[in-house]
Design a protein around this ligand. Structure first.
Ligand SMILES: C[S@@+](CC[C@H](N)C(=O)[O-])C[C@H]1O[C@@H](n2cnc3c(N)ncnc32)[C@H](O)[C@@H]1O
Length: 296
């Protein structure tokens, strides 16, 4: 499990002194404008610790100087978001979601989509990839269980995140063995992962058959337009909206509603709630189904 790009050790005193509340709010507003991530004043220590190393790497001595650099520089804004985003995740996190996906939703989709054989799933805020890989493994297991051959089916998982840094890890599909939860059986590890040896000792790599189901791409949920042509049958957006305010949540959920197929599903994180309940019906713990009728 990883959290942010840098350790949360206490920053140098001079950096602490250098971030007054006024400058903190300049950053917090800029970060909100870029990403929809809302940092309250209680997150000042966190912001300092996550930005300090970036300032050091750039040889910038103070936060206000860094603010002036990042304010109008789109490339540096991406670096800043890489630093400040919280990327905690793990394989089969909230395992009951994957049980529900495999036992209920996928069999339903296999029945309902038997004519066009197209399934689209979106992992929005996929972090380092454990979530979309868990979805892909669940899909493969569900096909095997029903005895339906995946050949002839067009199944794609889109996995997106605002952070280019986590997408790099996701794309590589390489993880420490210790990152696999105990719930993943040895048999499944053999089925879905290659084991590293020599300099890759202690690591596993997701097999190409699993990786090939996923397309990783940078996408900012704050974007005004969600540019997807095909509707999604399932959207996972777990532990992402906790960092957003009400306006941003409304924006994201309205985007999901529009881009979900009729009766499509949305998965949220354990501490997240769905408002606009008239548009979605709760069907499981933090799993919601779009009402077929009605408009946002
Ligand atoms: C805590 S992780 C959750 C990962 C995974 N969904 C899970 O539940 O294990 C939150 C992720 O949301 C991403 N994120 C935050 N704001 C975002 C935005 N505006 N657009 C896209 N992704 C965003 C972060 O970069 C981070 O990787």
């Amino acid at each position: 499990m990883r959290d942010g790009c840098f350790t949360e050790s206490l920053p140098d005193e001079k950096f602490l002194d250098a971030l007054g509340d006024e400058v903190f709010f300049l950053f917090s507003n800029l970060i909100y404008r870029i990403s929809g991530i809302r940092l309250g004043i209680q997150k000042k220590g966190l912001l300092i610790s996550r930005l300090t190393r970036r300032l050091k790497a750039l040889g910038i001595g103070g936060f206000y100087d860094y603010y002036q650099t990042v304010r109008d520089d789109a490339v540096e804004q991406t670096e800043m978001i890489n630093c400040i985003s919280t990327n905690t995740t793990k394989f089969f996190r909230e395992n009951h979601h994957f049980v529900y996906l495999g036992d209920v939703i996928i069999p339903e989709l296999l029945r309902m989509k038997s004519a066009d054989k197209v399934i689209r799933i979106w992992s929005a805020g996929c972090s380092t990839g454990e979530e979309p890989y868990s979805i892909a493994m669940t899909l493969q297991a569900a096909f095997a269980k029903t005895g339906i051959k995946p050949e002839g089916w067009d199944i794609k998982i889109l996995a997106t995140d605002i952070s280019t840094r986590v997408l790099g890890t996701a794309q590589s599909g390489v993880y420490e063995c210790g990152q696999l939860p105990d719930s993943v059986q040895a048999e499944d590890i053999r089925k879905y992962f290659l084991k590293g040896d020599k300099w890759n000792e202690g690591k596993v790599k997701v097999k190409d058959a699993v990786k090939g189901m996923i397309r990783f791409s940078r996408f900012n949920l704050k974007s005004r337009i969600y540019p997807f042509k095909k509707k999604f049958d399932v959207i996972f957006c777990r532990n992402v909206m906790i960092y957003f305010d009400e306006d941003m949540k409304r924006h994201v959920l309205s985007g999901f509603h529009y881009h979900l197929s009729d009766n499509g599903y949305v998965f949220l994180g354990h501490s997240e709630t769905m408002f606009k309940m008239d548009q979605f019906i709760p069907v499981h713990i933090t799993v919601y189904k779009k009402r077929a009728e009605g408009h946002w």
